[in-house]
Design a protein around this ligand. Structure first.
Ligand code: DGL
Length: 276
């Protein structure tokens, strides 16, 4: 029997470096795949924008990744998934999309206190997707949700463990701790970058739920079921584009242990994104 392979890249995007927390897990799980990552740093933070605007950016990015011949697009951004995933699926029937949604289900399955916390962007909490996740998975559990405006900017500025970032996080997390959460969902792909700080604040009794490993497994399952995996033992790679300053992006990649990654400049012309 001939096994068919597909060596086209997998497209991944976020508003900035956050989605690299997902890309790096995909890279570990599927080391032979080529990954094309776009961070829309020029428009970051998405979480403070209107969902319509984030949807428009998401369409521009998906069009650009499809022109780069990507076989699938992973929306490694909760805000963009909330704003655009269903519209993208409708616009491109048959094309493979994997999106993020706050991982309320595993948090609900874990809780003993009956109270779980979710931190995400303001826009994510305003979305129908978030409402539907809570409705589907959190029937008998109290879900406390806390937007963290300004946190994504701190992370993009490399302020990962500074007194200000800690003070901001304590201000958001302490009220949830006072209400005895025992699970905390990271509902924005930037937040795992400050996970050590979050762990220090919430302590060992609160389980932190990051959906990235589940997303990587979903990507793998989809590729396998559609016979789209790359030729085994080929050299996988990660190539990044940013609509911001590549040098800054590189500094952040290094902090994530992905320092050898190539970073190219990308430009928006109106609603059209060019990935050279
Ligand atoms: N990383 C994104 C998310 O998962 C968005 C961050 C932002 O730009 O506000 O929601």
């Amino acid at each position: 029997m001939t096994v068919v392979h597909d060596d086209r890249p997998i497209g991944i995007f976020d508003s900035g470096i956050g989605g690299l927390t997902v890309a790096s897990v995909i890279r570990q799980a599927l080391p032979s795949e080529r990954l094309f990552y776009f961070g829309d740093t020029a428009h970051m933070p998405y979480g403070q924008r209107h969902l319509d605007e984030v949807r428009k950016f998401s369409f521009g990015i998906v069009d650009a990744l499809r022109r780069k011949d990507c076989k699938m697009v992973v929306i490694a951004c909760n805000t963009a998934s909330a704003a655009a995933l269903s519209a993208l699926r409708e616009a491109y029937p048959g094309y493979l999309f994997v999106g993020m949604e706050p991982a309320v289900k595993p948090a609900v399955e874990h809780t003993r206190t009956g109270t779980v916390g979710v931190i995400a962007t303001t826009a994510t909490f305003q979305s129908e997707l978030y409402a539907s996740v809570v409705e589907r998975f959190a029937q008998d559990v109290q879900v406390l949700h806390q937007p963290c405006p300004g946190l994504v900017k701190q992370i993009e500025a490399g302020e990962l463990d500074t007194p200000l970032t800690e003070e901001m996080l304590r201000g958001w997390l302490q009220p949830m701790l006072d209400k005895h959460i025992d699970a905390l969902v990271l509902g924005c792909t930037h937040y795992p970058i400050v996970r050590p700080l979050i762990e220090r604040i919430v302590g060992p009794c609160v389980r932190i739920v990051d959906p990235a490993p589940a997303i990587a497994r979903q990507v793998q399952r989809l590729l396998e079921s559609k016979a789209l995996t790359t030729t085994p033992a080929s050299n996988g790679s990660l190539t990044c584009w940013t609509s911001g300053e590549p040098a800054n992006f590189h500094v952040l990649l290094e902090r994530l242990g992905l320092g050898s990654t190539e970073v190219r400049a990308a430009h928006w012309s109106g609603d059209v994104l060019n990935l050279p």
